[in-house]
Design a protein around this ligand. Sequence first.
Ligand code: 5GP
Length: 346
Amino acid sequence: MHIDNDIKLDFKDVLIRPKRSTLTSRSQVDITREIKFRWSSELFKNIPIIAANMDTTGTFEMARVLGRHKMMTALHKHYSAQAYIDFFKSLEVKSDAFYSLGIGEAEFEQFKSVMAAAPGAIRYVCIDVANGYTEAFVSFVKKMRETFPDIVIMAGNVVTGDMTEELVLAGADIVKVGIGPGSVCTTRKMTGVGYPQLSAIIECADAAHGLGGRICADGGCTRPGDVAKAFGGGADFVMLGGMFAGHNESGGEVIEKDGKKMRAFYGMSSKAAMDKYSGGVAEYRAAEGKIVYIEDRGPVDQTCRDILGGVRSACTYVGARRLKELTMRTTFVRVTQQLNEVFGKS
Ligand code: 5GP
């Protein structure tokens, strides 16, 4: 047994210190980024915020709206091959949406068939497993890189520098970082495993950047300020589930409770998801996600504007003219309080 006594931080433990700046307006801030990759020759030129590949956020409808805001969507993996092909073929401009898959042979074969049916349409893939520390996962990333040398591969999830490096070397362009911070995730509760998300971002970004790799901070952002902190900590991309959930574009069962329209949002390892896609929770495992019902939030447009406005404003406070400069200009201060909640929590 070993104890690491260094203090590790979450978003709630810090604030970003303001800095003197010559910027006079938020409109002077550019939050798009140009990102080059270690393996793929693709040049990313968008806002690096991604809707999570959960079936209640990673929908085709979400991808269309987020695309208009220059953000990306990781589509969930439960669409049929034909639905994927139709979606990618229907786009007028090449899409930055991610095709998601696990590491099963059937999923690999399906991806190959979709790639063959819609050549050139898919440029980004998200290889997603709950635990990115297995040899089988690393081998799969290698196989994908060998089979598709020029595609942008995002792979995860991990939370430590050593495994980030291993995945970059295996062929990942973007390593997805986060174990346990998600809004509908119960991994920490069920297993005791995890890592404070902001420290995970800082440490994994450092490891990835040393090798020309990129990271995507995945999970734990509950408000626009957290997205700014994730970028400030070194994340190249930030993935959001809960913040994009509950909208018209999110999908998910709608129920009425106390006269209010509520939408289901659940973890992809929850009993709700396993009942839907795998015929229930297998004997040998426990669910590591939960279901919640959130009040309907209407179209996702306003939420997009709030998130982008928050990040843009954070850049103004520290004098970052471009999102790329935010990390360099970020000093985190450790705090014991975040918000004044005397009039409630919102
Ligand atoms: P959020 O933005 O809601 O805090 O976190 C979203 C992330 O939570 C997803 O991108 C994914 O990595 C993670 N996640 C989604 N469903 C589950 C689940 O059922 N269990 C766990 N452990 N994590 C989940």
